[in-house]
Design a protein around this ligand. Structure first.
Ligand code: ADP
Ligand code: ASP
Ligand code: MG
Length: 421
């Protein structure tokens, strides 16, 4: 049995028919290296955005089920075209959607999690010598409802397939040459990383580095699947390898900086300072499948017996969240709700910050020197995030990148002489 490589190509890589023909060449190159190849593709170019806009032109609140029916069609187009391009270049290939494969998810429309993947049919096609081209982003429930995995979810489809097939590696082909110390489109002097640990990549992805979907990193970590992020347009480039921390050498305290503008902050004022109040609020939000990121509860005002609770959620969940707050008004007895959608979460990430004092202070001092006010702070062992005004986001990222020594003229060339795998 040959080693299996899973290759994933994102929207820009399959944006038009010439690019699809180019992807076919990249697939054939991998097959010629002696591997069995499974390919996962996203919808062409901005298809998912265009479909979303069509839905919003019909109604401001389309049902989540129908959104999944609509958005899942995008990936259906690319798999068929790529299979045709492979066949036209003399490579035996077959396309499969999530239903044909059996990519089973929870019944949660628009952000389902994968529960199981059937591999028998894929293996049968591989044994016949075919390249198997699979639609990313989509899944199917056990009662045949179509689901999607959330924006950017094709990465997760690819890594989950690699795990289920016990693949040698999952290669995420995209429009940049790897994972950089920050978004290279915002900070041109960002440095490309040769390697990054699963933990650090997870924090960067959750912090807004959309080069990889956070759940893809979580899935890779669970199955211990090596993931490589590399360029569709520069196949000879080594890219960035994502792997366990034990194989890494820790040099710098901070490995990367990320910004996320997809969230908004809700402040619930003057809730009762009683046991169970936070539980009721967050139970209500969880029941609507709303993920919470940062949370701050203020110091209680003893004389009034109240405090404030502030938290951040994804912008797309605002209507559902306001519905929950309305329902809980009499129970929580809050006075006001403020919504702030002009915010950005700025995060610095690095496994090397563990046990090194002064990193948070340096971040806060840097923001203070720029005159930037910090609205919320959250930390993990290897991450510090600050919520700031959206207008200050790029300035904050650029300056933190320089202050923590990440500019490309500061760190050694990481491209080096590496094996071309
Ligand atoms: P795809 O369509 O291939 O899935 P995405 O647009 O989802 O591509 O992700 C690639 C983009 O991620 C890059 O174009 C880049 O602007 C952005 N990005 C954000 N942070 C980083 C980072 N730290 N390293 C590399 N790219 C990043
Ligand atoms: N097509 C989907 C999106 O644009 C999934 C993906 O590209 O990963 O979000
Ligand atoms: Mg993506």
């Amino acid at each position: 049995m040959k080693d299996i490589i899973v290759q994933k190509f994102g929207g820009t890589s399959v944006a038009d028919t010439d690019k699809i023909k180019n992807v076919a060449r990249a697939v054939i190159r991998e097959k010629n290296l002696g591997h069995d190849v499974v390919v996962v593709v996203s919808a062409m170019g901005h298809t998912t955005d265009i479909l979303t806009k069509l839905a919003k032109d019909i109604t401001p609140n389309p049902s989540a089920r129908e959104m999944d029916m609509l958005l899942s069609t995008g990936e259906g187009v690319s798999i068929a075209l790529l299979a045709m391009a492979l066949q036209a270049q003399g490579c035996d290939a077959v396309s499969m959607n999530a239903m044909q494969v059996g990519i089973i998810t929870e019944k949660v429309h628009t952000k389902a999690r994968i529960l199981d993947i059937k591999t028998d049919k894929i293996r049968k096609y591989l044994d016949e010598g075919k390249v198997v081209v699979i639609a990313g982003f989509q899944g199917i429930t056990d009662d045949y409802e179509i689901t999607t995995l959330g924006r950017g979810g094709s990465d997760t489809s690819a890594v989950a397939l690699a795990g289920a097939l016990e693949a040698e590696r999952c290669d995420i082909y995209t429009d940049v040459e790897g994972v950089y110390t920050t978004d290279p489109r915002i900070v041109p002097c960002a440095s490309k990383l040769k390697e990054i640990s699963y933990d650090e990549m997870m924090e960067l992805a959750s912090g807004g580095a959309n080069v990889l979907h956070p759940r893809a990193v979580e899935t890779a970590m669970t199955h211990n699947t090596p993931v490589r992020v590399r360029s569709t347009f520069k196949l000879e480039d080594y890219g960035t390898l994502i792997l366990g921390v034990d194989k890494m050498e820790l040099h710098r305290p901070v490995t990367g900086v990320a910004s996320d503008m997809s969230q908004l902050r809700i402040v619930v004022c003057d809730v009762k300072d009683n046991p169970g109040v936070a539980a009721s609020l967050f139970d209500g939000l969880a029941a609507e499948n709303i993920s919470i990121d940062m949370i701050i509860q203020s110091y209680a005002r003893k004389e009034l017996h109240t405090n404030d609770i502030a938290f951040t959620i994804d912008k797309s969940d605002i209507d559902k969240a306001m519905g929950v707050l309305e329902k809980l008004k009499s129970e929580l007895c809050y006075s006001n709700v403020f919504v702030d959608d002009k915010i950005a979460k700025i995060s610095i990430v690095g496994a090397g910050m563990v046990g090194r004092p002064g990193i948070a202070a340096k971040m806060f001092r840097t923001l203070a020197n720029l005159g930037i006010n910090i609205k919320m702070i959250a930390t993990s062992e290897i991450k510090i995030s600050c919520l700031v005004d959206k207008d200050n986001a790029n300035k904050a990222v650029e300056t933190l990148h320089t202050v923590f020594g990440l500019d490309s003229n500061e760190i050694a060339d990481v491209k080096g002489d590496l094996p071309n795998v």
